[in-house]
Design a protein around this ligand. Structure first.
Ligand SMILES: [Zn+2]
Ligand SMILES: [Zn+2]
Length: 351
């Protein structure tokens, strides 16, 4: 089969590799769509804590069942979205539903081959809870956004975003945008997005109800301060690695406020910078979020396929496996939003 294989940081190549076989108790899947995540870009350039090489990347996967080796209700031809975690199901975090925190978790596209290929071997563990059947007629590209949306659900559960929350989102890329749509869905009172890129700003203004503050403008910081107001916000979500979670950031929180460290912080932005004193006196919380649980993933599929969250506008680049370099460069240029590798997509050579 054809696959895009990351051989070393900076070296991703289109290869012909042996077709995977159906694992015992697992399933063989034909990939329909796989979206490019910021983490894929990071892994391709620099590697990642949880990445083993060589590897087929891609963890935002929608696929079609080819063969199932179990008594699961799935049958050939079913279209499914995958929770990329492969958890043990037995440990204490798994037992309480926090399967993203399973100490033995493996992740498709990290330490098992992922979705930038024609086929995928899905292990036995994934068939219990990790496979989400899609309603007929679902656009596979749209369903590929379920995993990143599920990660946002995780972040907002951790930070308790809900009705009436005042939320500040740093970074208006695909993740910031999904956070905004989800906070809208939760009936948040005020949603502010701080972003610099003009294309992203105009997309966010068009498709979300958030107040979008342009940090590239000279007056950006002052406008942001005005929107936050003296009362502060209840929740800050970092949706870019460039934010420093320091005392200045904590000052933007109202008493009892929460910071959700959603994006992996950039080097130099994560050590010895927390103001513990203000955490104590203002009863603040600094909360991490990494990945999503299988339950949150199921919920995300429902929100997208029912149209409760409208996210199709986030897909600003589609290509097929041959065009994967274009998909990655569209994402890394950060002018649009999300790239999706859609296996059946025909590249129009004339344009
Ligand atoms: Zn991702
Ligand atoms: Zn476990």
């Amino acid at each position: 089969m054809k696959a895009a294989v990351l051989k070393a940081p900076g070296v991703m190549e289109q290869d012909d590799v042996p077709d995977p076989v159906t694992p015992r108790g697992g399933a063989l899947l034909e990939i329909l769509a796989c979206a490019v995540c910021g983490t894929d870009l990071k892994m391709r350039e620099h590697g990642h804590r949880d990445l083993d090489l060589p590897r087929v990347l891609g963890h935002e996967i929608v696929a079609k069942i080819v063969e199932v080796d179990s008594d699961s209700s799935l049958v050939e031809g079913d279209k499914v979205q995958l929770w990329p975690g492969i958890a043990c199901g037995k440990c204490s975090p798994c037992q309480r539903g926090a399967d993203n925190l399973c100490p033995n978790v493996k992740i498709l596209g990290f330490n098992c081959d992922g979705g930038f290929a024609q086929f995928l071997a899905l292990p036995r563990q994934s068939l219990s809870g990790g496979v989400n059947l899609l309603p007929p007629g679902t656009d596979p590209c749209l369903a590929a956004l379920a995993e990143p949306l599920a990660c946002c659900i995780n972040g907002q559960e951790q930070a308790r975003v809900g009705q009436g929350s005042r939320v500040l989102i740093y970074g208006g890329g695909p993740i910031g945008a999904l956070h905004a749509l989800l906070a809208e869905h939760h009936a948040s009172e005020k949603i502010i997005i701080a972003e610099k890129n003009p294309d992203r700003i105009s997309l966010l203004k068009k498709h979300t109800s958030a107040i979008v503050v342009d940090l590239a403008e000279e007056s950006g910081t002052a406008i942001l301060a005005e929107e936050i107001g003296r009362a502060g916000v209840d929740v800050i979500i970092t949706a870019t690695p460039e934010v420093r979670t320091d005392g200045d950031l904590l000052k933007l929180l109202s008493p009892g406020g929460r910071v959700c460290i959603f994006s992996g912080p950039a080097f130099g932005n994560y050590q010895e910078i927390i103001d513990i004193r203000s955490i104590h006196y203002h009863q603040l919380a600094v909360i991490g979020a990494y990945g999503c649980t299988s339950r949150q993933n199921r919920q995300a599929v429902e929100l997208l396929t029912s149209g409760m969250i409208k996210a199709d506008w986030l897909i600003t680049k589609k290509t097929n496996l041959d065009g994967i370099e274009d998909a990655f460069s569209h994402s890394s240029q950060r002018n649009g939003m999300k790239s999706v590798v859609c296996m059946s997509y025909r590249i129009d050579k004339s344009s």
